[in-house]
Design a protein around this ligand. Structure first.
Ligand code: C2E
Ligand code: MG
Ligand code: MG
Ligand code: MG
Length: 287
């Protein structure tokens, strides 16, 4: 009897595994087709300088246009990385973002030198032809390198820190800027941060979101702002959803912000570049 039960148990277990792996397999197949059929699109979200009241940068965020439904990257970026599909897809994202910004530049729509930021996953970054591809994109599109920002996460450098840091330096030598995304969630030390040729820290949205209710999160936000100032880096708070977030950040000396309070990611780069500061925030600043 117990042997029977054991076997049944085992059967159920493998069925569960089968269900999980077939779900994964389906997603992989769908993603491979999506890559082949070019079903990915970019959305754009502005980053605002709250002192000058101007958009200073726009972040490109990938979406999977699955038959008209926009699927957000949390549902597929990991899988794209696991399969290596992130290399062509992420490369496409960099190229498309540069091309779109160049279109705006040529049309005379970027007098203020708004930069375009693109996310790069560790797998992409560590891939063979990454630097060559980047150079090619800059040449083909003609985008001035200082208008491109690559957003990387701290964990990028954990496995193989020397070569990753060398790579970051090579990117910097091209004139392309680097931002450390989701800052504060990784494990990197401050001495390590000093070695990275980054020009910007992006405070992770979890800290911004909770800073109004949790003093620890507020302390972390304020500490990151201080570190950025000391190291002469720009600092951006992600996940600004309310006026109170923006006000608090202004008081803490954080100049740049990004979030739904200002604008959700848009299908149009132009629209993101033209964002107007919310009236409420203007009032706060005039006081
Ligand atoms: P991320 O680079 O940290 O991007 C910020 C994410 O926060 C975006 O999610 C954005 O839509 C969302 N967000 C912006 N403002 C707010 C806000 O006020 N509240 C909340 N709750 N969320 C806000 P999204 O677009 O789903 O992207 C998720 C992540 O996927 C990105 O995080 C980035 O790590 C990755 N990703 C996006 N596009 C690409 C890409 O082209 N290539 C690669 N390799 N990764 C990408
Ligand atoms: Mg980002
Ligand atoms: Mg982030
Ligand atoms: Mg993130």
């Amino acid at each position: 009897k117990s042997k029977e039960a054991g076997r049944n148990h085992f059967t159920m277990y493998t069925n569960d595994l089968d269900a999980i792996s077939s779900k994964r397999l389906n997603l992989f197949v769908a993603l491979r087709e999506a890559t082949h059929n070019q079903e990915f699109v970019l959305f754009y979200q502005p980053i605002i300088d709250m002192q000058t009241n101007q958009v200073v940068s726009v972040e490109a965020l990938i979406r999977w246009n699955k038959g008209g439904v926009m699927v957000s990257p949390s549902g597929f970026i990991t899988q794209l990385s696991e399969t290596g599909l992130i290399i062509p897809v992420g490369g496409w994202a960099i190229e498309t973002a540069c091309r779109e910004m160049m279109t705006q530049l040529k049309a005379g729509n970027n007098q203020r030198q708004i930069s375009i930021a693109v996310n790069v996953s560790p797998v992409q970054f560590g891939s063979e032809g990454f630097l060559e591809h980047l150079k090619k994109v800059l040449t083909i599109t003609g985008l001035p390198p200082h208008l491109l920002v690559l957003e990387v996460t701290e964990d990028l450098t954990i496995d193989d820190s020397t070569s990753a840091i060398e790579m970051l330096h090579k990117i910097r030598e091209l004139g392309v800027k680097l931002a450390l995304d989701d800052f504060g969630t990784g494990y990197s030390s401050l001495s390590y941060l000093k070695r990275l040729p980054a020009s910007k820290l992006k405070i992770d949205q979890s800290f911004t979101r909770d800073m109004l209710i949790d003093p620890d999160d507020k302390a972390i936000v304020s500490t990151i702002i201080s570190i950025a100032k000391e190291l002469k880096l720009e600092v951006v708070a992600e996940g600004v959803e309310q006026l109170e977030h923006a006000e608090t950040l202004i008081h803490m000396g954080c100049e740049q912000a990004q979030g739904f309070y200002f604008m959700k990611p848009q299908a149009s780069l132009r629209k993101a570049m033209l964002m107007e500061l919310p009236v409420q925030l203007k009032k706060v600043q005039n006081n």
